[in-house]
Design a protein around this ligand. Sequence first.
Ligand code: PGA
Length: 254
Amino acid sequence: MKNSLIIANWKMKLNSSESLDLAKKIKKASIKYTGAEVVLCPSFTELAQVREIIKNSDIKLGAQDCFWEEKGSFTGEVSPKVLQDYNVKYVLVGHSERRQNLGETEKMIHNKVRFLFTTEMTPVLCIGETFEQRQDGLKDVVLTRQLHSALNGLWLNKSDRLVIAYEPVWVIGSGQDIDPDEIEHTHQIIRQLLYDLFEDKVVDEQIKIIYGGSVDPENVAKYISQPTVHGVLVGGASLDSTHFTSIIAQTKKL
Ligand code: PGA
């Protein structure tokens, strides 16, 4: 049985009391589902309080972004070291909403991943093609470029972990299901690309590839049952404790 990784990305969708309320409900409901690794990514402003709520549980804390230096004149940015002090274990990097809305470049993404490897936190590198790129037959080219630019020249020490989140941009927030065979095929391509970058043992033992894009209680079982899908990154459905708990429960059964 694989130990699946289930990451909740709350984006900027909740106010403070909603975040805390949701964290409490998820903690309560997920107690019986030990085994799957569950990560909550609230806004930076709620990290400290969510950490308090989930302490003494198996749920881990994640952040939605970070900067690529420890300290300095970087107004408005958040240091990875500070996130580590908050007991953050995972950090999303290169989410398509940041690439699109905030001009996050491949160089910035590379720098973030590189810095995170100097900490004890695990980068969750988000990659994926847009609808136009897919229509133009460029999906594999885009994924190759995104992976290579983010990871070229980097290596993983024994204790380092890396998560690749494959999220087709056109599926995010759309409510669309996608063919699980297509996901499996794309994950296999990603895996192959990773073998070009790292030793086989590193890819097999230290890197997980998860899927994101309108994952919900109805479609999660068919996604997660694919051999190379090691977990899911959940946006919309993670904002409802019943839906999110159902996702955890179904993942656990596999
Ligand atoms: P979604 O978001 O589940 O709402 O599609 C996923 C994501 O953006 O990570």
